[in-house]
Design a protein around this ligand. Structure first.
Ligand SMILES: Cc1cc2nc3c(=O)[nH]c(=O)nc-3n(C[C@H](O)[C@H](O)[C@H](O)COP(=O)(O)OP(=O)(O)OC[C@H]3O[C@@H](n4cnc5c(N)ncnc54)[C@H](O)[C@@H]3O)c2cc1C
Length: 367
């Protein structure tokens, strides 16, 4: 038996991967957190073409994107509940278009993102994936969006169909964990922003270096709304608005049935305790929410109050500048026969890593 802790996008994707061959029993233990990162995410699958080729995870993100559609198709085909799902309602591929409120901002970003032909060739990228499409806009090729809520339900449904068991459990209670996990071959911890608190409760003293990096806590929200009268421009999957007033950029994505606008976000380090988030600046969050409401009105002529909408809040955590940490953990649990692996730290792009995170965990288990 393998025990997976957490049923956010990481835990469910890992459980889906490990249950594929049906040779091993998988048990998912999860607490009933309300404001997880996965339930707040817009699930934009943004790589911004060459720009983030400088990002250490760039190749992994691109590989994940290449198999996303096929992965979703296979999951839907296997799920009794989602077999009839029209993929275009839950997954959109297209370009990413950034609009800037003035030419200076556009020029500044263009200088930042442009890369020389030799750099592009060395990275095996395509020149045409990054274009200046006007004085105030830049377009990126091959972007995508997935419906986070549906994907989480789909993964859980596929896992249940394969016989994966789910049980509610707070694993900071070691007696509870030991009772349910006794004899497990391996334990995979996917507790998102609660990872440091769980490791503290388990009294793990020897943390791998990646977990010792400075912690980047933030609390934020995505606005989800229904606007059948609105459509993104033809061929565009992610529409971004960048302005000095927006404080943060705003990204619109989704389908007319389910539109999303991200992001409202404020850093929230705790002044004394590195293992838990602090209180975010409520005034800053409210200010950002007001910007989103204004943008809806000026771009799409929509009054938020007349829409069926919700703000989805969640806490996220990154370790230093890495967006993904998958590490085996030294442990002294007598009730676990094999390894403990932690998969965490996806501050921004957890949904991009989803199709591949299971194979990364498997590599650690086999190491
Ligand atoms: C506002 C916002 C917008 C975002 N937008 C995007 C985006 O557009 N694209 C993108 O790719 N990413 C986005 N992200 C980031 C993305 O949400 C994360 O990378 C991803 O959700 C992390 O998933 P996770 O499974 O690691 O953690 P979580 O989703 O936080 O899941 C953790 C799981 O662990 C469980 N758990 C916690 N503690 C315990 C415990 N003690 N015992 C048992 N179980 C426990 C929880 O119940 C939960 O099921 C966004 C995040 C936020 C907050």
């Amino acid at each position: 038996m393998i025990v997976v802790i957490g049923k956010g996008i990481f835990g469910l994707s890992v459980a889906e991967f490990l249950s594929r061959e049906g040779q091993c029993k998988v048990l998912v233990l999860s607490s009933n957190e309300h404001e997880t990162a996965s339930s707040a995410a817009a699930a934009n699958l943004a790589t911004k073409a060459q720009v983030f080729a400088r990002d250490p995870h760039f190749a992994l993100k691109i590989s994940g994107k290449q198999i996303y559609r096929r992965w979703l198709q296979q999951l839907c085909a296997e799920s009794p509940q989602f077999r009839e799902t029209n993929l275009s309602k839950i997954y959109v591929e297209g370009s990413g278009r950034d609009f800037f409120s003035n030419e200076q901002l556009a020029e500044k970003q263009w200088k930042r993102v442009q890369q020389s032909s030799s750099e592009i060739a060395a990275r095996n990228l395509h020149q045409q994936e990054l274009q200046r499409t006007g004085a105030d806009s830049i377009e990126y090729g091959r972007e995508a969006w997935v419906d986070a809520e549906v994907l989480l339900r789909l993964l859980e449904d596929v896992c249940r169909t394969r016989g994966v068991e789910f049980c509610e459990c707070d694993v900071t209670d070691l007696v509870h964990l030991e009772t349910l996990g006794r004899g497990a071959q391996a334990l995979i911890l996917c507790a998102g922003s609660k990872t440091p608190a769980v490791l503290e409760a388990w009294q793990v003293r020897e943390l791998p270096p990646a977990f010792q990096k400075s912690r980047r806590w933030s609390y934020g929200a995505t606005l989800a709304f229904e606007a059948p009268q609105v459509q993104l421009p033809q061929g565009v999957a992610l529409l971004e608005w960048v302005s000095d007033a927006a404080l943060e950029k705003l990204t619109f994505s989704g389908t007319p049935e389910r539109f999303f606008c991200s992001s409202v976000s404020a850093a929230c380090p705790h002044p004394h305790n590195p293992n838990t988030p602090g209180v975010p600046d409520a005034a800053l969050l409210a200010q950002q929410q007001a910007v989103v409401v204004d943008a809806l009105k000026s771009f799409f002529g929509l009054e938020l109050n007349s829409l069926n909408h919700s703000w989805r809040w969640g806490t996220r955590l990154g370790f230093g500048h890495r967006e993904l940490v998958v590490e085996a953990l030294p442990h002294s649990f007598s009730f676990i026969a094999g390894s403990v692996v932690v998969a965490s730290g996806a501050h921004k792009s957890g949904f991009l890593f989803a199709p591949l995170i299971g194979s990364l965990v498997r590599q650690k288990l086999q190491a």
